[in-house]
Structure formats: C-alpha cells, structure tokens
Design a protein around this ligand. Structure first.
Ligand SMILES: *[C@@H]1O[C@H](CO)[C@@H](O)[C@H](O)[C@H]1NC(C)=O
Ligand SMILES: *[C@@H]1O[C@H](CO)[C@@H](O)[C@H](O)[C@H]1NC(C)=O
Ligand SMILES: *[C@@H]1O[C@H](CO)[C@@H](O)[C@H](O)[C@H]1NC(C)=O
Ligand SMILES: *[C@@H]1O[C@H](CO)[C@@H](O)[C@H](O)[C@H]1NC(C)=O
Ligand SMILES: *[C@@H]1O[C@H](CO)[C@@H](O)[C@H](O)[C@H]1NC(C)=O
Length: 196
C-alpha cells in the first residue's frame, strides 16, 4: 500500500508540474500574441505624413494702388514641414506649392524631392513668386483689398511618395496641405497662418 501511495504522490506532483508547465506555455503564447499584435498595430501601421507651412516670410512686395489698374508682385519664402510619424522613411518626389488669391492661382514654387526620416519632421524652404497679373482683368476686390491693406492668400501642396519600412515593406502615401493666411501690406508680414 505505501508503495502505491508513493506512486500516486509522484503522479500528483507530475500532474501539478505538467499543469504549471502548460500554464507557462499558454501565458507565453498569449504574451507573444499580444506583443505581435501591438507591434503590428503600433509599429507596422502606415500613417499619413502631414505637410504644413511652418512659417512664411515676405521677401519682396510691390504694390501699385493706382485706381485704374491696381496690381502687386511679391516673393515669399515658405518653410514647408513634412511630419512623418511612421517607423519608416517617407520619400517624396518633386512637387509644387501654389499660392492663390481670390480663387485664382497667382504663383508657384518648387518643392524638391527629399525624404523625411522615420518619426521626424523634414523642413524644406520653398520660394514662390506671385503676381496679380494672373488675375482676371476685372477682379473687383483687388482695389479694396489693397486699400484695406490685407490680401487673403491660400496655399496648396501635395506630396506623393512612398513609406519604406524595414527595407521590405513599401506603401504609397499622399500628403496634402491647404493653408490660408493674410498678407498685411503695411507690415509686409504674414498673419493668421492656418493649415489643415
Ligand atoms: C501703377 O500702374 C499705373 C497703371 O498701370 C502706371 O501708370 C504707374 O506708373 C504705376 N505706378 C507705379 C509706382 O508703378
Ligand atoms: C526634381 O527637381 C530637380 C531640381 O529642379 C531636378 O534636377 C530633377 O531632375 C527633378 N527630378 C525629377 C524626377 O523630376
Ligand atoms: C531655410 O531657411 C532658413 C531661414 O532662412 C534657413 O535658416 C535654413 O537653413 C534654410 N534651410 C534649408 C534647408 O535651406
Ligand atoms: C468680368 O466681369 C464680368 C461681369 O462681372 C464677367 O461676366 C466676366 O466673366 C469677367 N471677365 C473675366 C475675364 O473674368
Ligand atoms: C484642399 O483643397 C482642395 C481644393 O479646395 C480640396 O479638393 C482638398 O480636399 C483639400 N484637402 C485637404 C486635406 O483639406
């Protein structure tokens, strides 16, 4: 009898050990699954890069407030920021930033191809020459805007590129920007810059 008891005791202990071992494996598998899912969700996810105008400087501004044919020419330098929150580089091609006034495109500048490194913000300078000569001849607000000293401008840019992750994964992404701003002709400065 004692022999049997001892054997039963051993079996119990072994069963307990096996249970513990099984529990370890299950916990390990769950932990691995959770970390894989988190990795895929947080790291491998492709996010849209965000492009914005960081700041805009008025380099030159020539106004002609003649009552018969008011006009302006200007040169602006804009700092374009490309925020890349991906765990991979965003390479984008050549593109243009446009400036519009009164719903008409009045100038554009080149954004030269570059790449925003993983989880960082790339800043590029863009120079735009713009002129009222592109407006339709009878754009009626020009005179009153020049008199008021505020020109409402908007800017648009679209960057097309690819996110490269871990050397093997690639995905096309387009980053688009629409900004509005006011050019104060008295201070020759940009105010109320807002982007979305
Ligand atoms: C403003 O424009 C008018 C009409 O085009 C022109 O006669 C005049 O010379 C211009 N003035 C300046 C300061 O450029
Ligand atoms: C991008 O722009 C640069 C500078 O203007 C030019 O040298 C280059 O050829 C362009 N690349 C492409 C692919 O258009
Ligand atoms: C962009 O312009 C700023 C201010 O003029 C200058 O400090 C910066 O070096 C320029 N960046 C590039 C990449 O040219
Ligand atoms: C000038 O104004 C008239 C009437 O407001 C409009 O019909 C016409 O299309 C305008 N011309 C141009 C070139 O925009
Ligand atoms: C930017 O503006 C254009 C034209 O108004 C519009 O088609 C586009 O959807 C806008 N994009 C964003 C990101 O707001």
């Amino acid at each position: 009898m004692p022999k049997t008891t001892a054997t039963t005791g051993n079996q119990d202990a072994r069963r307990k050990r096996n249970k513990k071992f099984l529990a370890f494996i299950v916990v390990g598998l769950i932990a691995q699954t959770v970390s894989t899912v988190l990795f895929v969700l947080l790291v491998m996810r492709f996010r849209n890069p965000k492009v914005r105008l960081g700041s805009v400087t008025v380099e030159t501004l020539n106004l002609n407030s003649s009552s018969s044919s008011p006009s302006f020419t200007m040169k602006l330098t804009a700092q374009v920021t490309v925020k890349n929150t991906n765990f991979g580089n965003f390479k984008f091609g050549n593109s243009t930033a446009t400036i519009s006034y009164g719903g008409t495109e009045i100038g554009e500048g080149a954004i030269v191809k570059a790449h925003a490194r993983f989880r960082s913000t790339k800043k590029v300078n863009v120079t735009v020459a713009a002129s009222s000569s592109k407006l339709s001849t009878n754009y009626s607000h020009l005179r009153s805007d020049i008199e008021a000293g505020i020109l409402q401008l908007s800017s648009h840019a679209k960057l097309s590129g690819k996110i490269h992750m871990f050397f093997i994964l690639k995905k096309k992404k387009i980053a688009e920007m629409n900004c509005t701003m006011e050019l104060n002709t008295k201070t020759k400065a940009i105010q109320n810059l807002a982007c979305k």
